[in-house]
Design a protein around this ligand. Structure first.
Ligand code: TRP
Length: 331
């Protein structure tokens, strides 16, 4: 059997260009070489999303995103985390092999603690245990399937290190039971700037969506921050937020020509923005239609996800049996 590539797309709303270039596109490329298991970690979202309709809708959005971008459910395996009860069983077992100090140092948890302390609040104010043990559940997501490769954004690097650490601790006690996974992080696409020049991120309100109607893509593209150089002035393309996005969508020779135009002078930012918009529109128009069609047919999404869960559980079952046997609980 092919080696396994696995990743989770958190149900956190409509995807933007930063998600697409940083994680979705590289993942779909890996799926050509490996057996892909791409899932939606809906129970992870429960650490913050408390509205049942919202959680269900966000989960459909994430599933439709994978499928609209070309994930083929006949070859790749797509499922909801909550359809795989073994994940939660394994999470418990792994939690008994996770040093609490390791989780104390996890970035997401630590950031909230630091905020609390800075504001003079109790360190763990508003932190639930689900948020604290989030990395353990993620380790279970990965280790349950004998995963070899995990394509993720740079922000998930520490979670992968925790996963490996926990798996090694488990194996040290029981022998070679769990496969030690490797993160696949494409550093060159980790610095996609948003419209204000900071990293593109929903929390900065600087995103360019990929499935929104054209006018909602054009608006943020027009807002991309540039310097105030006139068209005839020479410019450094590597300092330009428009070019930073453009170069990932245009053909190589067009990128080279554009680079030349920046350097020599003659490029107007307004025209460059229009060109970027047209490129994005042609890259995503069909995918947007497919996304909308899927979001209007959640029965079809349910069918695909249930089908995927069945295939995923077939891979998980023998691994979970091995884990149970190793530990000495009921088999
Ligand atoms: N923590 C990941 C994120 O925030 C989502 C995730 C959950 C995940 N489980 C995973 C990613 C397993 C890769 C593998 O994006």
């Amino acid at each position: 059997m092919k080696q396994i590539a696995l990743t989770g797309l958190k149900p956190s709303g409509a995807p933007h260009i930063g998600n697409y270039l940083g994680m979705l596109k590289p993942s779909l490329e890996l799926a050509e070489k490996f057996q892909a298991l791409y899932f939606i970690p809906d129970y992870h979202a429960l650490t913050t999303v408390r509205d049942r309709k919202q959680l269900a809708d966000l989960t459909y959005q994430a599933a439709a995103t994978w499928l609209a971008l070309g994930l083929n459910p006949d070859e790749e395996i797509i499922y909801r985390q909550s359809d795989i009860p073994e994940v939660f069983e394994l999470a418990w077992a792994l939690s008994c092999f996770t040093a609490k100090g390791l989780l104390n140092r996890a970035h997401a948890y630590k950031a909230i603690v630091d905020d609390n302390i800075a504001a003079g609040r109790e360190a763990d104010k508003n932190i639930n245990i689900g948020l604290f043990t989030y990395p353990v559940l993620m380790a279970a997501d990965i280790l349950l399937f004998g995963t070899h490769f995990v394509p993720v954004g740079l922000d998930q690097q520490q979670h992968l290190e925790i996963t490996r650490d926990v798996a090694l601790t488990f194996n040290k006690n029981y022998g070679n039971v769990l496969t030690i996974p490797e993160a696949v992080i494409r550093k060159e696409v980790m610095t996609i700037p948003g419209t204000d020049g900071r990293k593109m991120s929903k929390s900065y309100n600087n995103v360019i969506p990929i499935f929104a109607p054209p006018e909602q893509v054009l608006k943020p593209v027009k807002r991309i921050v540039t310097d105030s150089k006139r068209p005839e002035e020479p410019k450094d393309p590597d300092e330009c937020n428009i070019f930073a996005i453009y170069q990932h969508f245009a053909e190589a020779d067009a990128v080279a020509a554009k680079r030349q135009l920046y350097l020599e002078g003659g490029l107007a930012y307004g025209a460059m923005k229009q060109e970027l918009f047209e490129l994005l529109d042609s890259a995503f128009a069909d995918k947007r239609d497919r996304y909308n069609a899927l979001m209007n047919n959640t029965d079809e999404l349910d069918r695909i996800l249930e089908n995927g869960a069945e295939k995923a559980r077939a891979i998980a079952a023998p691994i979970m049996a091995k884990v149970r046997k190793a530990i000495g609980v009921s088999t």
